[in-house]
Design a protein around this ligand. Structure first.
Ligand SMILES: NC(=O)c1ccc[n+]([C@@H]2O[C@H](COP(=O)([O-])OP(=O)(O)OC[C@H]3O[C@@H](n4cnc5c(N)ncnc54)[C@H](OP(=O)(O)O)[C@@H]3O)[C@@H](O)[C@H]2O)c1
Length: 243
C-alpha cells in the first residue's frame, strides 16, 4: 500500500503516516515544501517501522506543478491524505487581502487543484481512498476565524461532491472534522486541555475510519455533539455571541 501525505510536515499528517506504516507496513511518501525536514521525517519512519518512506517536494499553491508532481510519484498512491493547511491570522486577513488570499488558497484552492488530478487517476483505476483534513471551523462562521472557516467550509462541500462522484468508481472519500489538536498550528493558542486531541489520537480515529469505510468523522468524538449544539443556535442569537 502506498500512502501519500500532502503536507507531510504537518503534525497530524506525520502521525497519520506513522499509523499506516505501523499497521499496514505501508510505503509512505511525505510531500512538503521543506525537503530537509521531510527527509528527516521519512528516515525516522523507516527506522521506526521498517518500511520504505520518501520525501518529495510539493507546494499546494504552485498549481502549475501539480500534474508533474503526480506523474513523478514512484507509484500511484492507494491512499492520499490532504493534511496541509494554514490557519493564518484572522485580524490581519481583515486588513490585508494577501493574508486572506493565502488562507483561502491553501485550505481550498490548493486542495482542489491537487485532489482533482489524483481523483481522476483513482477513478480510472477504480480504487483508492482520499482523506481530507477539514475542520469544525468550516461548519459555522465565527468572527474569530471566518476566513479560515469559509475556506474549510468550501473544502467540506468539495469533499462531499467528490465522494458522490467517486462512489460508483469504488473510491472512498473520507472527510475528517478535527476540533482542537495540539500541533504547531495551534501552539500559540490557549486551548482547553479536555477538548484538545493529540495528533496521535486524531491519526487513530482516521485510521479506524479508513478501515470501516466511513464518510465523515469528527475527532475527537465529542465534537459531533458540540457542533450539533453550535449549529442549532438560531442566527439572531448566534450573531450576538462571542464564541
Ligand atoms: N491543529 C488543529 O487544531 C486543527 C484543527 C482543525 C483542522 N486542522 C487541519 O488539520 C490539518 C493538519 O494541521 P496540523 O494541525 O497538523 O498543522 P501543522 O502541523 O501546522 O501542519 C500544516 C502543514 O501545512 C503545510 N503547508 C502550508 N502551506 C502549504 C503549501 N502551500 N504547500 C504545502 N504544504 C503547506 C505546512 O508546511 P510547512 O512545514 O512547509 O510550513 C505545515 O506542515 C490542516 O489542514 C489543518 O487546517 C487542524
Amino acid at each position: 500500500m502506498h500512502v501519500l501525505i500532502l503536507g507531510g510536515n504537518s503534525d497530524v499528517g506525520a502521525a497519520i503516516a506513522a499509523v499506516f506504516a505501523r499497521k499496514q507496513g505501508a510505503f509512505i511518501t511525505l510531500a512538503s515544501r521543506n525537503m530537509e525536514l521531510g527527509a528527516k521525517k521519512a528516515k525516522d519512519i523507516t527506522v521506526r517501522y521498517q518500511v520504505e518512506a520518501r520525501a518529495v517536494s510539493f507546494d499546494a499553491l504552485d498549481y502549475d506543478s501539480h500534474v508533474d508532481f503526480v506523474v513523478g510519484l514512484e507509484s500511484p498512491p492507494d491512499v492520499v491524505v490532504a493534511a496541509f493547511g494554514y490557519l493564518g491570522d484572522q485580524e490581519l486577513a481583515q486588513q490585508d487581502f494577501q493574508e486572506a488570499r493565502r488562507i483561502i488558497e491553501t485550505n481550498y484552492l490548493g486542495a482542489v487543484s491537487i485532489l482533482e488530478i489524483l481523483a481522476r487517476d483513482m477513478e480510472q483505476r477504480g480504487r483508492g481512498t482520499i482523506i481530507g483534513l477539514g475542520s469544525v471551523a468550516g461548519l459555522r462562521g465565527r468572527q474569530s476565524n471566518y476566513i479560515y472557516g469559509s475556506a474549510k467550509g468550501g473544502f467540506l462541500v468539495y469533499l462531499s461532491g467528490l465522494r458522490n462522484r467517486l462512489h460508483k468508481a469504488g473510491v472512498q472519500v473520507l472527510t475528517v472534522l478535527p476540533g482542537f489538536v495540539a500541533t504547531k498550528m495551534t501552539e500559540h493558542l490557549d486551548l482547553p486541555p479536555k477538548l484538545t486531541a493529540t495528533p496521535e489520537q486524531v491519526a487513530r480515529d482516521v485510521y479506524s475510519a479508513f478501515r470501516f469505510k466511513r464518510n465523515v468523522i469528527y475527532t475527537r468524538w465529542p465534537w459531533r455533539w458540540i457542533m450539533t449544539v453550535i449549529r442549532s443556535i438560531p442566527e439572531f442569537l448566534f450573531k450576538r455571541t462571542d464564541i
